[in-house]
Design a protein around this ligand. Structure first.
Ligand code: NAD
Ligand code: UDP
Ligand code: UDP
Length: 317
């Protein structure tokens, strides 16, 4: 498997200055590829790619994917899209445009160049799931008109576009449904649960649990996820996904808060705030398909990943 992605390609990563994109770029450069990072810096930060500024095989282009883009590349990872609820709800129309117009432009680019194209889809396509854990053939339970819809329906429409470009134009597509992922370079102010809890714990402030904390999520460490991206991209043309990528370990938000308090040695108390509208009750990936197709499964346990993430966040506390 490793050999297949070991020779030099021109790889474009949209959303490359974000949390996941910047880690992906590090791996692609390590493998010897040329990388074009395309990002409008809406939620991403130059800081995430600052260490690459003088790298000879790295190039940054400030660009909004809702606008056409003409470049020559061999592979495209389409990650551009705000991912945290407070960011994607800040300008919901722009969020849908990014997912839908962004997908159309990147698919158009892939069609013209013959590039393979990867889509960062999400477990949010399952909505507040009525099936647990979620396999890829579950169609989801999504509110089309709620505050999360700009993201959920935008990502669902992007998947539709990917599969129609495949059926209509024969594109090589790879659709990954990513479950909650955490690690260094998460945006400290994007309101996601892992970063919020760690920052509160390090500052000795109350840990903000929304609702009673019984809702569950499954948290994947970023290095594991990026390995899954690379393996999916390296599969042969018949493999299109959708394919779940995430860590099946399932924890309630109360359990997560207790882990963060223990790891940081914090004296923070837990506080309860209102549960946001349409907040999914539970989420856990069924990763049988990823195991069988990619020989992939996460290797970093939540406690270990949290220790590494806490180290990163100390600079913000
Ligand atoms: P992020 O916010 O850190 O990164 C997204 C990047 O996209 C940012 O750098 C942002 O500036 C850029 N971007 C946003 N709109 C753009 C536009 N119109 N044109 C160009 N660039 C634009 O989020 P992330 O966690 O790194 O997520 C990356 C991708 O993975 C997203 O598509 C997200 O939906 C998906 N995803 C992430 C998770 C997770 O847990 N982190 C889970 C499921 C799916
Ligand atoms: N596109 C792009 N870069 C390219 C090729 C296409 O940004 O290299 C955009 C183009 O603006 C178009 C979209 O991708 O609106 C979809 O392209 P496609 O060829 O599928 O559609 P068409 O141009 O026929 O509408
Ligand atoms: N959450 C929380 N406190 C926070 C941020 C989030 O209790 O400070 C909860 C949120 O209500 C949700 C879960 O943690 O049930 C995961 O939230 P996040 O925004 O990280 O991801 P998503 O809801 O998109 O899975």
């Amino acid at each position: 498997m490793a050999r297949q992605y070991n020779f030099r390609k021109r790889v474009m990563v949209t959303g490359g200055a974000g949390f996941l994109g910047s880690h992906l770029i590090d791996r692609l450069l390590d493998q010897g590829h040329e990388v074009l990072c395309v990002d409008n810096l809406f939620t991403g930060a130059k800081l995430n790619i600052d260490h690459l500024r003088t790298h000879e095989r790295f190039e940054f282009l400030r660009h909004d994917v809702t606008m056409p883009l003409y470049v020559e590349v061999d592979e495209i990872y389409n990650l551009a899209c705000p991912a945290s609820p407070i960011h994607y709800q800040h300008d919901p129309v722009q969020t849908t445009k990014t997912s839908v117009h962004g997908a159309i432009n990147m698919l158009g680019l892939a069609k013209r160049t013959g590039a393979k194209i990867f889509q960062a889809s999400t477990s949010e396509v399952y909505g507040d799931p009525a099936v647990h854990p979620q396999p890829e053939d579950y169609w989801g339970y999504v509110n089309p008109v709620g505050p999360r819809s700009c993201y959920d329906e935008g990502k669902r429409c992007a998947e539709t576009l990917f599969f129609d470009y495949r059926r209509q134009h024969g594109l090589g597509i790879k659709v990954a449904r990513i479950f909650n992922t955490y690690g260094p370079r998460m945006h400290p102010a994007d309101g996601r649960v892992v970063s919020n809890f760690i920052i509160a714990a390090l500052k000795g402030e109350p840990i903000p649990i929304y609702g009673d904390g019984s809702q569950t999520r499954s948290f994947c460490y970023v290095d594991d996820l990026v390995e899954g991206f690379l393996r999916l991209m390296a599969t042969d043309d018949a493999v299109t996904g959708p394919i779940n990528l995430g860590n099946p370990g399932e924890f309630s938000m109360r359990e997560l808060a207790e882990k963060v308090i223990a790891i940081t040695g914090s004296k923070s108390e837990i506080s309860h705030l209102p549960l946001p509208q349409d907040d999914p009750r539970q989420r856990q990936p069924d990763i049988s398909r990823a195991k069988a197709t990619l020989d992939w499964q996460p290797t970093v346990a939540l406690d270990e990943g949290l220790v590494r993430t806490v180290e990163y966040f100390r600079r913000f506390a």
